[in-house]
Design a protein around this ligand. Structure first.
Ligand SMILES: Nc1ncnc2c1ncn2[C@@H]1O[C@H](COP(=O)(O)OP(=O)(O)O)[C@@H](O)[C@H]1O
Ligand SMILES: C[C@@](O)(CCOP(=O)(O)O)CC(=O)O
Ligand SMILES: [Mg+2]
Length: 417
């Protein structure tokens, strides 16, 4: 295997259908291709270790290859894991749990499990490599950082194993492979994902998504996805998707007759929302804002909002800016505000200033859609820039600096999509 090489994957914004997507309801989401996770694979200093370095969460770990031996000896469990890719293999997870017992109950456990599950399934023979991950996405904010790290890990490991050659454009079947394995990575991090986040991080663009009862997924691209004027607000309130999704599950179990119709309504709302997004014009723009308001109300009823998110909704309504809903798992993290037609730049600036100065939030105005995962294989890697690129994979490197060197489409690196 030739290293170094680079891979990347975008974050996403769910427009309609978070949480209900887990219960097989339709949902619609788009990539945020300017906010991405990058992974560089380098030679490790010790040829017998596999090393991961996740500076964004301050986690670095080395495993001696021998430590994986017990899992790797269970060939039957690994075969099953490679065949039944709709589920995590309980046997492989159990073996890895023992391997990671020192990390148990730490913040790092899920990230380590995601890494090692994909490693033992996709490229178990390889050693002497270091995987460094750096994201310009806020982590745990509802913009799909967990899916984008799952995608970069799956893509890099499938490339190492030779399953993805990256000699020309990534083919549909190669992307399908990345989508399949990144879904399992998402499972390691958050338990019962719908699969919408890893699909968007893999394929990019805007996607209408539905999980089927048999665990397969139905994916359609929204071809004419419009650039809807919106403000994304990051409240900086930390939360975990895993906890929020499991809280909703408990609510469904406690109150099935009440909550199931709410989930169904969310699905109906996503269907109508997707139709509107597909043909957005003057006549249906107001309806889009109405659906945003209704979707947020239903999410509140599931208990996944947060007073800090309600402040954004309150400000957008009292300033007459537009309609706000939480996006992603909620509980903090991010919201999106779709602006009323005719909202002036001056009003938008006032709204953003209010959120930033009064509450310390961060606002983004970024285009939605755009490229999904990508790779710079070794033969296209600019070795003369290795030193500068490696220096980006450290804590506290500003996003602007990372974008200036790595952002696909904005730099002259040869990204393959
Ligand atoms: N850049 C990163 N480096 C390491 N781990 C990450 C990174 N981004 C995401 N993760 C993992 O994903 C988790 C956050 O996922 P989640 O709660 O689903 O929030 P979201 O996907 O909305 O950002 C983190 O706790 C960590 O385990
Ligand atoms: C709540 C959910 O619908 C989206 C979670 O997104 P995020 O991890 O908050 O970015 C869960 C899922 O669809 O897997
Ligand atoms: Mg997530």
């Amino acid at each position: 295997m030739s290293v170094p090489f680079l891979v990347s994957a975008p974050g996403k914004v769910i427009i309609f259908g978070e949480h209900s997507a887990v219960y097989n309801e339709p949902a619609v989401a788009a990539s945020v291709s300017a906010l991405r996770t990058y992974l560089i694979v380098l030679p490790a200093e010790d040829p017998n270790v596999v090393e991961l370095d996740f500076p964004d969460i301050n986690f670095n770990h080395k495993w001696h290859h021998e430590e994986f031996e017990k899992v790797l000896r269970d060939k039957e469990a690994l075969e099953e894991a490679r065949h039944n890719t709709l589920q995590l293999s309980a046997r492989v997870v159990k073996e890895l749990e023992t391997l990671h017992s020192d990390l148990n109950k730490t913040l790092y456990y899920c990230a380590a499990l995601c890494f090692s599950y994909l490693y033992v399934c996709l490229c178990p023979e390889v050693k002497g490599l270091k995987f460094m991950v750096k994201s310009t996405l806020p982590i745990g904010a509802g913009l799909g950082s967990s899916a984008s790290i799952s995608v970069v890990l799956a893509l890099s490991m499938a490339h190492i194993s030779g399953l993805i050659k990256a000699e020309g454009e990534l083919s549909l079947s190669e992307k399908k492979l990345v989508n399949t394995w990144s879904f399992l990575g998402e499972k390691c991090i958050q338990g019962t994902p719908s699969g919408i986040d890893n699909a968007v991080a893999t394929y990019g663009n805007a996607v209408s998504f539905k999980r089927e009862m048999d665990g397969t997924t139905n994916l359609e691209f929204v071809e004419s996805f419009p650039q809807v004027p919106m403000v994304l607000t990051y409240t900086k309130i930390p939360r975990s998707t895993k906890t929020l999704v499991s809280n909703v599950r408990e609510l469904v179990v406690r109150q099935p007759n009440v909550v199931k119709p709410i989930l169904t309504a969310m699905g109906q709302l996503a269907i109508r929302g997707t139709e509107i997004l597909d043909s957005l014009d003057e006549s249906n723009y107001q309806e889009l804002l109405e659906l945003v308001r209704v979707n947020h109300g239903l999410l509140v009823s599931l208990g996944v909002s947060h007073p800090g998110l309600e402040l954004v909704r309150f400000e957008s309504e009292s300033m007459g800016i537009g309609s706000t809903k939480l996006t992603g798992a909620g509980g903090g993290g991010c919201s999106l505000t779709i602006l009323h037609k005719g909202t002036t730049q001056e009003q938008v600036q006032l709204f953003k200033k209010k959120l930033e100065s009064s509450y310390g939030y961060k606002t983004f105005q970024t285009d939605l859609g755009g490229i999904g995962c990508g790779i710079i294989p070794h033969k296209a890697f600019p070795l003369e820039k290795l030193h500068d690129i490696e220096a980006l994979f450290k804590q506290d490197v500003p996003n602007e600096k990372i974008d200036a060197i790595l952002l696909p489409g904005k730099t002259n690196l040869h990204w393959i999509y």
